[in-house]
Every structure is written in structure tokens, then in C-alpha cells.
Design a protein around this ligand. Structure first.
Ligand SMILES: [Zn+2]
Ligand SMILES: [Zn+2]
Length: 239
């Protein structure tokens, strides 16, 4: 009887990853076990010191950063683009579970807060979507994350300085060279005075080849930004 009453008063929510029910008092969308699983999967991997891609060996840099130094000051992700991290970003992006943005942004903000290489920061900017992309998806997943990260870090947020004028998706099937060509002149700066001299945090959802983050960084630096750091929810493997 008490159980039924409790269920009515506090509807049970299931963990969005393992579906285990039963959270009366917490607002976390995932359970402690899944939280630990995510932490462990990240901790056992080494990361590229420059772009944050997860590495299988203990090399300091991924093969790509060994060849060409990326334009940003630092890039990091909460976890690898696999398992729970991958499942979450898919639920968030394609199943429109927007409430996940709160907890995901909190974890992204923590990575930034704890890494001195991001600081000082003046401005948080999301990777923009083209108008066509926005019509397709209905919302910009990076924008929602970026606004919450900015609030968490108490840094100014501006989704209107970096614009995407070329719809370059889908990029997945393209080779690295084609991706980069495809992204050339895809971004423009609206009101360059707003980025001039600023230390910027660029927010992306998934860092795969890094082509998008790098092109956004180049565009911001060309417009006079002082430094750009990149944070994403998940990052691909650099091996
Ligand atoms: Zn769970
Ligand atoms: Zn790298």
C-alpha cells in the first residue's frame, strides 16, 4: 500500500541507461552504477595532450596531432564516444531527451573548471548549425549544452557570434580531406568586435575527426579572438 502511495506521490523514474527504476529523491537521469561505469571507462584511457582524443597506448599525442598542431589551445571531452557516453548523446540528440542536457553540461563544465589550460575565459560559444540543419533536427544540441555550461561556469554566453552559412552535413561518410574541404568557409563571424581579444570556450557535442572544431577555431582566431579551448561531451579514438 505504501509503495503504491509513494509511486503516486513520487513517480519512479528509470535510469536512462540501464532502465533500472527507483529514484525518489535525486534528479540524476542515470543511476550511481552507470555513473561509475562512465567514470571507469574514461579513467582507464590515456588522452592526447592536445586534442583530447582517447588513446589505447601511452603516447603523449595522437597520430594527427603529431603531424599537425591543432589551432586551439586545448580540447577535452567528458568521455570516449562509446558505451554509455555514446548512448547518452544519441538519446539526447536523436530522441530529443533535452532534459539530459542539464547533467551532461554539468559534467562538461567540471572538466573545464578543473583544467587550468582553459582559463581565463571570457565567452562561451556553441558550434553553430546551418539553417537547414536546424530545420532537420529542430534544435541545436550544442547550443543547449553551451548555455548551461556558461551558466555553471559564470562566463558570458553568446550563440550569435559564430554562424554557419554552409550546410555541410552529413559529414560522416567523407574522408578527412573531403570533410575539411567541405567545411571551408562554412563559418562566419557576426560582429567581430564581440570576439576580439577574447578567450573563448567552444562547445561541441562530439569530437570525431576534429575538423569542425578546428575550422570554428580558425574562424574565431581570424576574427581576432585571443585563444580558443574546446569542450565536447564525447571524443573519438585517436588510434
Ligand atoms: Zn543505470
Ligand atoms: Zn590529438
Amino acid at each position: 500500500m505504501l509503495d503504491i502511495l509513494l509511486d503516486i506521490l513520487f513517480p519512479r523514474r528509470a535510469c536512462c541507461l540501464c532502465r533500472r527504476p527507483g529514484y525518489y529523491w535525486t534528479h540524476s537521469p542515470w543511476c550511481d552504477e552507470c555513473r561509475n561505469k562512465m567514470k571507469e571507462s574514461t579513467e582507464k584511457l590515456n588522452t592526447c595532450a592536445r586534442c583530447g582524443k582517447f588513446l589505447a597506448d601511452d603516447q603523449p599525442l595522437c597520430s594527427e596531432c603529431q603531424e599537425v598542431d591543432p589551432p586551439f589551445a586545448i580540447a577535452r571531452a567528458v568521455g570516449p564516444y562509446q558505451g554509455c557516453h555514446r548512448q547518452l548523446i544519441k538519446q539526447y540528440k536523436f530522441m530529443e531527451k533535452k532534459f539530459l542536457a542539464w547533467s551532461m553540461a554539468q559534467m562538461m563544465a567540471r572538466v573545464v573548471r578543473e583544467n587550468g589550460d582553459y582559463w581565463p575565459l571570457n565567452l562561451v560559444v556553441p558550434v553553430p548549425m546551418s539553417r537547414e540543419g536546424l530545420l532537420r533536427r529542430g534544435f541545436n544540441q550544442s547550443e543547449l549544452l553551451a548555455s548551461r555550461i556558461a551558466r555553471d561556469l559564470k562566463v558570458r554566453y553568446d550563440p550569435h557570434v559564430l554562424l554557419r552559412i554552409k550546410d555541410s552535413s552529413p559529414q560522416r561518410e567523407l574522408s578527412k580531406e573531403m570533410r575539411e574541404k567541405n567545411l571551408m568557409n562554412a563559418f562566419v563571424i557576426n560582429k567581430p568586435e564581440r570576439v576580439k581579444g577574447k578567450n573563448i570556450l567552444l562547445v561541441d557535442d562530439v569530437y570525431t575527426t576534429g575538423s569542425t572544431a578546428k575550422e570554428c577555431t580558425r574562424t574565431l582566431l581570424k576574427a581576432g579572438a585571443n585563444r580558443v579551448g574546446v569542450i565536447s561531451w564525447a571524443s573519438g579514438k585517436g588510434f
